[in-house]
Design a protein. Structure first.
Length: 386
């Protein structure tokens, strides 16, 4: 392991050199089955032909143009992404590079929307305890987990946290004299694959509409098809005012976006926001390849089917160390007795790449192209370790 990097990660002892499909190979030639997809990033796995072709062709034509202008590839990507999100009512978007950038942009959008209509003082953004929205100072401020806050204060003022599912706390927090937006994940990823209840989401949508507070869904991890719908909020039958995306949106190339529905689409004006690499033609080409592959009913149905197969298989073990299994699509969490980190290390030795979400939860985010046989193989390795 190289020691030239700032020690910001707890890295496992492996260095990868190449990948194909749902598999990765290390410097010694050992093969690993990938159940993590780079934390939901490698949505099409490794070396997907459509993604490789798109990147090669775009690199030969145009890699970057600044946002004084448009590129034809970025326009096609943006139009295709709006079409994919039109079921949730999205009308316009801003292209960035990451989930943190997308969430920061959403916060700015909510604050300016409220300021323009109601004047100063109505700028608070409510998020949920257990949430994760990024690692910039402001997106850390929005993240409802104290472990991420340690050592980095003071934080951006104007964020408040409430428990997911607590409708009374939701009602109190959505004070129309102080609150500009509600930012939530339909399924919280970093805190253990925790879904919000339909009742809570329905009440959130109702209160936000009544009080003219922007309803914003962070779909960075659970979006782009991960749950079997293109956006996880589609499962709840609501149309948010703002949606944020990143991670799997370009299959491994850095892309982020925040999208706005009719209410907030024209809030930002020239000079209000920017991103040097946002809408980069190379990233846009990758994103377009992902959208053309993923945003199809049959493909999304396969994600749902595979996810149900995975979750059902783990439940059927009735293993004494498995305490609870949760999931939707290819996004699953397994609470275990014992340390998740120890299981990750043993899995690595056995040729399986897993993720954790907290001290006692295993997190599965395999690539969408994983086969039934590969799911069975990964679960066989895990069961042996448990």
């Amino acid at each position: 392991m190289s020691d030239v990097f700032i020690n910001a990660y707890h890295r496992l002892p492996v260095t990868f050199t190449r990948g194909e499909g749902a598999w990765l190979w290390d410097t010694g030639g050992k093969k690993y089955l990938d159940f993590g997809s780079g934390i939901a990033v490698n949505s099409l796995g490794h070396g997907h032909p459509a993604l490789v072709k798109a990147l090669r062709e775009q690199a030969a034509k145009l890699i970057h143009v600044c946002n004084y202008y448009q590129s034809d590839t970025a326009v096609r990507f943006a139009e295709r992404l709006i079409a994919a999100c039109s079921r949730a009512g999205m009308k316009k978007l801003f292209l960035a590079n990451s989930g943190a950038e997308a969430n920061e942009g959403a916060a700015k959008l909510a604050r300016k929307y409220s300021l323009k209509k109601y004047g100063p003082g109505r700028h608070r953004i409510v998020t949920l305890k257990g949430s994760f929205h990024g690692r910039t100072i402001t997106t850390l401020s929005a993240t409802g987990q104290e472990k991420f806050h340690k050592d980095f204060g003071p934080f951006t003022e104007g964020f408040a946290f409430i428990p997911g599912g607590d409708i009374g706390a939701l009602d109190r927090a959505l004070d129309k004299t102080r609150t500009a937006g509600l930012l939530l994940e339909a399924i919280q990823g970093e805190s253990g694959i925790i879904p919000q209840s339909p009742e809570f989401i329905a009440e959130a949508a109702k209160l936000c509409a009544e009080r003219d507070i922007l309803l914003m869904f962070d779909e960075v991890q659970c979006g782009t098809g991960r749950t079997g719908a293109f956006l996880a909020c589609e499962h709840y039958g609501v149309k948010p005012d703002v949606v944020t995306l990143a991670k799997g949106l370009a299959g491994g190339v850095p892309v982020g976006a925040f999208l706005a529905g009719e209410k907030a689409a024209d809030t930002l004006e020239s000079g209000d926001h920017g991103s040097t690499f946002g809408g980069n033609p190379l990233a846009a080409a990758a994103g377009l390849a992902v959208l053309e592959t993923v945003d199809r009913p049959a493909f999304l149905a396969e994600i749902s089917r595979k996810g149900e197969r995975l979750v059902s298989a783990v439940k059927a073990w009735n293993h004494p160390r498995v305490k609870e299994v949760r999931g939707r699509g290819l996004m699953a969490g397994v609470d275990i007795e014992g340390e998740a980190g120890a299981v990750l290390e043993k899995a690595l030795e056995a040729g399986l790449l897993l993720l954790s979400a907290g001290p006692n939860t295993l997190r599965f985010l395999p690539p969408y192209i994983i086969s039934d046989a590969e799911i069975e193989r990964g679960l066989e390795i895990l069961r042996g370790i448990l």
